[in-house]
Design a binder for this molecule. Structure first.
Ligand SMILES: Cc1cc2nc3c(=O)[nH]c(=O)nc-3n(C[C@H](O)[C@H](O)[C@H](O)COP(=O)(O)OP(=O)(O)OC[C@H]3O[C@@H](n4cnc5c(N)ncnc54)[C@H](O)[C@@H]3O)c2cc1C
Length: 474
């Protein structure tokens, strides 16, 4: 049986999307060019909204069991942000290496019976009115694979994006940095706890302990003219560890290293007909504030239920288009804030003064709320269609709720038979439950936990909202 959806890329974005599609009963195949999963750290954190989203599906606890640390705050260019003002159960960052999140999500796919074809690289694609044909190079040669939809979750150098000819405006990197997982020689100055990135350039190398003597080490390439494709050498790491006025550390073992830059680009379209882009394939930016993996996983969460409804044939017209209209502005805002953070990290005297001023501003509750909301992903408010009755909760996420089914949820504060009857034609797509401490008389939630109707028991606008998000009544 051919798949409904092909996902190119088994990074965090592709794997979460595949999990969402599997939950909704959509036949999915994941193509991954690498034969083996790398054990490297790269992203090290789950922001509060990602934690909420995983918890919504009951996935957070088993992932968090593998966490290395909890960071009590977020940060903007190293300036602490208080996440506790958003009514979330997770007002902190879960400190966990990216590879562990990926391994967990890939293992779950195995349990669902979703194939992750490692050693299979998507090398080309063509689409027509009925579907997409992918060309795939695998261990046994090149073959074609057909599906109704294809998602490029294949990272910053996305082949899918290239094949679509989608624009990727922005700018190239101006600085060259390196990240390495290392085992340093024991030293009393080695950190034992996670801390926020330091602006103190005299403070010595910035290391994060990952357990078993392994540390993540992030540094600016000593030679900025370095070929950005060249492997990071142990010599470079040694030099960086022993540079600067702080304690000089020695390298015992280099486990993995990679270069990265402050390049900042965003796809100008997240979808072209039957092919969609998500995660780093749609946006790249400097990893300031710890947002890239989180942004990609939230793309996947936004896209999953919409693509599932489309494949299953009950999506209302235009539902899939809302993936671009909702997620592109969120990505654009992250690109902006990472560039602002990078500017604040410039060790220039005038910037130091600006940074001190911003620090003072962020101590003000309103400023903290604004920036913390953006970095954590907790303040996202998706636009609702014209005519939806106004309500302060409209478009926002409903915190602290579980929605393990990937269906919509209709919530009432008290048992209300008239409303129960009103949603009956959408049974199978929308469940109904009562919640005594609901912040409205009644709420309609999309499968991603965002409020798409809120009201009183008069049901004004409820049927149009059901129709708009869940398709025609049956
Ligand atoms: C130094 C550094 C630190 C970072 N720290 C953080 C952090 O603390 N917090 C945070 O949120 N983010 C962080 N990020 C960003 C984060 O790592 C990325 O945003 C995240 O990996 C994006 O996930 P993805 O699944 O979209 O893409 P990727 O992780 O790049 O996954 C893409 C996958 O597609 C595969 N692939 C590529 N081409 C093909 C093809 N043609 N066919 C099949 N498979 C293909 C690749 O092998 C890969 O497995 C950091 C990044 C860097 C470089």
């Amino acid at each position: 049986m051919p798949p409904d959806v092909i996902i190119a890329g088994a990074g965090p974005t592709g794997l979460l999307l595949a999990n969402e599609l599997a939950l909704a009963g959509v036949r999915t195949i994941v193509l991954e060019k690498d034969l083996e999963r790398g054990g490297q750290s790269r992203a090290l954190n789950l922001q509060p909204r990602t934690a909420e989203v995983l918890d919504l599906r009951g996935l957070l606890d088993p992932i968090a069991e593998q966490a290395v640390a909890t960071l009590p705050t977020g940060h903007f260019a190293g300036i602490p942000l208080d996440y506790s003002v958003f009514g979330t159960r997770f007002p902190y960052q879960v400190g966990i290496p990216q590879a562990r999140v990926e391994r967990f999500l890939e293992d779950r796919l195995a349990a669902y019976g979703v194939p992750v074809l490692r050693g299979h690289e998507l090398t080309g694609l063509a689409q027509d009115a009925d579907g997409v044909t992918a060309t795939v190079a695998g261990p046994d040669g090149t073959a074609t694979l057909r599906a109704a939809y294809l998602v490029g979750a294949d990272g910053g150098r996305s082949r899918v994006r290239g094949a679509l000819g989608v624009g990727f405006p922005g700018r190239d990197g101006r600085i060259s940095l390196a990240v390495a997982d290392i085992v340093p020689e024991p030293h009393e100055a080695l950190p034992t706890e996670w801390r926020l990135p330091s602006f103190d350039v005299g403070g010595g190398p910035f290391l994060i302990p990952l357990g078993d003597g392994v540390h993540r080490f992030l540094f600016a390439a000593p030679d900025q003219a370095v070929d950005r494709e060249a492997p990071v050498t142990a010599e470079e790491v040694r030099t960086a560890l022993a540079t600067g006025p702080g304690p000089h550390l020695a390298l015992r073992e280099l486990r993995w290293a990679s270069r990265f830059t402050d390049a900042s680009r965003q796809a100008d379209r997240y979808a072209v007909d039957r092919v969609l882009l998500a995660g780093d394939a749609a946006h790249i930016h400097f990893p300031a504030g710890g947002q890239g993996l989180n942004l990609g996983m939230q793309d996947a969460f936004n896209l999953g239920w919409k693509l599932a409804a489309t494949v299953r044939g009950h999506a209302p017209r235009g539902l899939l288009d809302t993936y671009h209209t909702e997620r592109h502005p969120v990505g654009a805002a992250v690109l902006e804030n990472t560039r602002a953070q990078l500017a604040l990290l410039n060790p220039d005297d005038d910037v130091r003064a600006l940074r001190s001023l911003v620090s003072g501003l962020l101590a003000e509750p309103a400023a903290n709320r604004r920036i913390a909301g953006m970095i954590s992903g907790l303040d996202i408010r998706y636009p609702m269609p014209p005519g939806t009755p106004a309500h302060p909760l409209l478009g926002t996420r409903l915190p602290n709720i579980q929605l393990p089914t990937a269906r919509g949820l209709f919530l009432t504060r008290t048992p209300t038979p008239s409303l129960h009857t009103a949603i009956a034609p959408w049974r199978g797509r929308v469940d109904h439950t009562t919640l005594p401490d609901l912040p409205a008389d009644a709420l309609l939630l999309r499968p991603d936990g965002h409020v798409c109707w809120a009201g009183t028991p008069t049901t004004a606008g409820l049927r149009p909202a059901l129709h708009h998000w869940f398709g025609p009544a049956s």
